[in-house]
Write a protein that binds this ligand. Sequence first.
Ligand code: ATR
Length: 287
Amino acid sequence: MNSITGKTRVCGIIGDPIEHTMSPAMHNAAFEALGLDYVYLPFHVRREELACAINGMRALNIVGLNVTIPHKVDVIPLLDKLDAMAERVKAVNTVVNENGVLTGYNTDAPGFLQALRSRSIEPEGKKIVVLGAGGAAKGVSFILAEAGADLAILNRTLSRAEELASQIAPYYQNKVKAMTLSEENLKQALDGANVLVNNTSVGMVPEVDQTPVPARLLKSGMTVFDIVYNPLETRLLGEAKAAGACTIDGLDMLVWQGVLAFEKFTGRKAPFEIMKEAATKALANEK
Ligand code: ATR
């Protein structure tokens, strides 16, 4: 850790719970690698203390905060400005403080896109199958629509998929289809699609033996992205690999959202590999 001085700039993350966050490991490793006089701390902030915490960010001149569960939506009215994607997705995971003016960004959704593009997958003109319709699926669906993909959104509860599709429609011309998550619909949606993204919690610890997609539907030539990172290799990703598909795990998305936040906090290009290594180690230490 860099030595802390009177000039050290403070960043951090607010959430409840917060003790399992990998963000301090990622950002502090990056500050150290670049020789920046910054420090990144975890702050356990309960719902009822959120407004005080955000005002405290101004009072203490904290330069940047990441925002995690359960504050990503509730933080919005406490900020001065929002970037376009945060406004559309109605979720903020990064707040930057410029002389007391707080701007909210969403780097989760662009982080997902960067993770795809880092594997040379360009969504424009592609049909992509999105599983889930919660907060995570929302960011992923909006950024994919913005990048020019047509979407099939499949969710256990059809009405939530329909609601998400109708939220996207006013902003983008892309085709967005909402369907119930079933094997028959998956088969139909996957016909002509070569990217599948899981945004459901199916397969996450402790239910690691679950998968949202039967293995028989997974083929080589597909890219399967699971935003779950606990475990790093979900049953879905294991079966996708076995079928010869290209796989991307949730840690990649986590690191890319951190990279984009880091660049907003510091104005410097983030060291992706160093941040990924630090996040991987922090995840292993959780076990
Ligand atoms: P987040 O904001 O992290 O996306 P969420 O809003 O709770 O979390 O969404 C979780 C997603 O996982 C939802 O799409 C949920 O489906 P429903 O909308 O039908 O609840 C999906 N999900 C959770 N458990 C599931 C299960 N056992 N089978 C299928 N989908 C599941």
